[in-house]
Design a protein around this ligand. Structure first.
Ligand code: ADP
Ligand code: MG
Length: 667
């Protein structure tokens, strides 16, 4: 007849040091517990009972001596190996139940299966709950259960992995006497089903049903009595006492899941845990992600509006003909019209350019001003451009209905005008405006053409304008003597530098400017210059944006880290429980990283919506185009998840490193 021992402890000591005083909680204890026994540990408070239980349960390690559980010595085993061993062999029942709040009975019972790798099977969880008499409380959360029922859920949780041993430390300490009898009855039946039961107790009833009673005092075993033969002495588990109502051990456990299936299941569980944790503290979670949210919103809004502005600028530039040079009065150093010490450009300067320049295919001097248009009873304020016939082709605004003005009309200062679509719509509605008489600043004009639709460029409606011959505008309407700028089209790109030099020297000569003064007086720009200026502005914008983004994400990340540290502290007991149920460091780490990533993602998502929404509104009010690609949104969301993980790592690592017993004792 062979007797198999499930627990074998030899010369176990545990000393707690507090200040200079030493407390010998366990003093050279030897203890062997055989399979199928029902052991009650009794003794005065502080005698070392819980410390001993924690050693048996591998929650704590002795200072000296060895513990052998199921033929496995724990000497030299690391944290994670202990966790695995624990989840396969031991089921815990605590005095304080230690159920997860806001989590159903079935899910609480299924928790150890997550860590042991047993495929989660709700039917099995239900079956175990039924075995402890809770078939009608499966979806109740702990707050909806009485103390006795909660303890039964805890017992079901201890049973779900079919442990060899059930360890119960004062399981009835917080219960009324009826619940106490129920729990005791369940433990007796479990023992009859073949499970070894070790229970710490003060209750007389328990010591009466136990088969072996161990008394402790001052960290030592002072007596060890056998009251009845330990069950299974020389027998096999299958020939168990048929009186038991609990038949859980008849069913075979499925093989543990491995690899990907296991990873997916854990990922699912961690995500729903993270969601539960985040949503159970909605306001706090929201405040913690505020930083990320605002940062992301700012970045999205600015990126969107920036991209829109850039696109509209490109549209406008592409509307200009190629090989175009623009001459304007004012310094080239500031790059803006009118700066420096500008010359006045008169029509005869333009004539000089026309006659002296070579390699040029078109010249269009322009003036700009405001105009009030009247037609019948209607009035419309718009902007006015006066230029030469070449303007239409140089700026790609050939009228698509009607015609351009002629050279003749230009010379004779004819009162003819081309109008943009917006004006046509507002003054004429569906009527044909061609040939109509309108008044511009109270002077009669004939409409001869309709400018092609150009849309908005973000700052202005480019269809809200009129174009008329240069001198008509200067002399009849605006009363200007000078032109604002001159567009010059060069025949071939390679001639651009030559023409540029020619323009400068013609004006310099005509205005008698010294070499030093010419750059202060006029500016000649080509499209490449203008494009380069725009793209360098864009680069500065992007740099500023990245700085804003980094700072806001840093601040946001610290917000997440802060709240994760709070969360870890608050949930220390839960972490201890999870470790007691078999969670490894990696399990705890992953769980908290999921939570941090979730916070990051929520912050990112809210930020994207906020930024997108406010940019849309701004765009609607200001006529600025707004454009953002899904790729950018995806990238931002990914980044915020990453930020969550980075800043959540330290708190998560802190959680993972907690020792199970210290965590469980945390107040
Ligand atoms: P009990 O028999 O009441 O369960 P314990 O095993 O909990 O006793 O404790 C045994 C002794 O060890 C007690 O005096 C207790 O104060 C002390 N003790 C237990 N845990 C710690 C600890 N983490 N730090 C310091 N002293 C401890
Ligand atoms: Mg105790």
């Amino acid at each position: 007849m062979s007797v198999s021992s499930v627990v074998k402890m030899s010369r176990i000591s545990k000393v707690f040091r507090m200040g200079d005083s030493e407390l010998r909680a366990l003093d050279n204890v030897d203890l062997t517990i055989d399979a199928g026994d029902f052991v009650a540990i009794v003794g005065p408070s502080g005698s070392g009972k819980s410390t001993l239980m924690n050693m048996i349960g591998l929650l704590d390690t002795p200072d000296s001596g060895d513990v052998v559980i199921a033929d496995q010595s724990i000497k030299g085993l690391d944290d994670d190996t202990l966790s695995v061993l624990r989840s396969r062999t031991i089921g815990f029942v605590f005095q304080q139940f230690n159920l997860l709040a806001r989590t159903s009975a079935a899910e609480n019972v299924g928790l150890p299966m997550l860590y042991s790798g047993a495929p989660y099977d709700r039917n099995w969880a239900e079956k175990v709950l039924s075995a402890v008499g809770l078939s009608d409380r499966i979806d109740h959360t702990p707050s909806q259960l009485s103390g006795g029922q909660q303890q039964r859920v805890a017992i079901a949780r201890a049973l779900v992995n079919k442990p060899m041993i059930i360890l119960a430390d004062e399981p009835t300490g917080n219960l009324d006497s009826q619940s106490e009898r129920d729990i005791l009855d369940i433990l007796v039946q479990l023992n009859q089903a073949g499970i070894t039961v070790v229970i710490v107790t003060h209750e007389l009833e328990v010591t009466q049903v136990a088969k072996r009673v161990i008394r402790m005092r001052d960290g030592k075993i002072v007596s060890d009595e056998r009251q009845s033969p330990k069950y299974l002495d020389g027998m096999k588990a299958t020939s168990a006492d048929n009186t038991t109502k609990i038949r859980l051990y008849d069913t075979a456990t499925p093989e543990p899941e491995q690899g990907l299936a296991m990873k997916i299941r854990k990922a699912k569980s961690y995500s729903s845990e993270a969601l539960r944790s985040v949503t159970s503290n909605k306001i706090r979670s929201f405040l913690s992600i505020l930083g990320i949210m605002i940062g992301v919103a700012a970045v999205i809004a600015m990126l969107g509006l920036g991209a829109g502005a850039k696109k509209s600028m490109e549209n406008e530039l592409s509307g200009l003909g190629s090989n175009l040079l623009v001459l304007w009065a004012g310094s080239s150093r500031t790059g803006l019209p009118g700066g420096g010490n500008p010359v006045r450009l008169f029509p005869d300067d333009v004539e000089a350019l026309k006659t002296e320049l070579t390699n040029v295919t078109g010249i269009a001097p322009t003036v700009n001003g405001k105009a009030m248009i009247q037609f019948e009873e209607k009035t419309w304020n718009t902007s006015l451009t006066g230029s030469s016939t070449a303007f239409a082709s140089l700026r790609s605004v050939q009228p698509d209905i009607g015609r351009n003005f002629t050279q003749e009309e230009e010379t004779s200062r004819a009162r003819v005008v081309m109008i943009g679509r917006t004006i046509a719509k507002n003054l004429f509605g569906d009527k044909d405006p061609i040939g109509a008489e309108i008044r511009i600043n109270r002077i009669y004009f004939q409409v001869i053409g309709l400018l092609p639709a150009k849309g908005s460029n973000g700052w202005q409606d480019r269809d809200d304008m009129v174009v008329m011959p240069l001198e008509t505008a200067m002399r009849r309407v605006l009363g200007y003597e000078t032109v604002h700028s001159v567009d010059i089209q060069v025949d071939k790109p390679e001639n651009m530098p030559i023409v540029e030099k020619q323009i400068k020297s013609i004006i310099q000569h005509k205005k008698r400017l010294s070499d030093e003064k010419v750059d202060d007086a006029i500016t000649v720009r080509n499209m490449a210059d203008i494009q380069a200026a725009i793209s360098s502005t864009n680069k500065i914008m992007s740099l500023l944006l990245s700085i804003i983004a980094s700072i806001s994400l840093l601040v946001g990340g610290i917000g997440v880290m802060n709240i994760m540290l709070v969360s870890v502290t608050e949930r220390t007991r839960e972490i201890g429980l999870r470790k007691a149920l078999g969670a490894t460091r990696q399990d705890i780490l992953s769980q908290f990283l999921f939570e941090a990533a979730l916070l990051g993602i929520i912050g990112g998502a809210l930020g994207v919506s906020l930024g997108w929404g406010s940019a849309k509104i701004t765009a609607a009010f200001t006529n600025w185009p707004f454009e953002i690609s899904p790729a950018v949104v995806g990238f931002v969301a990914g980044t915020t998840a990453f930020v969550g993980i980075i800043f959540g790592f330290w708190p998560a690592k802190k959680a993972a490193a907690l020792q199970p017993i210290q965590a469980l004792k945390h107040e």
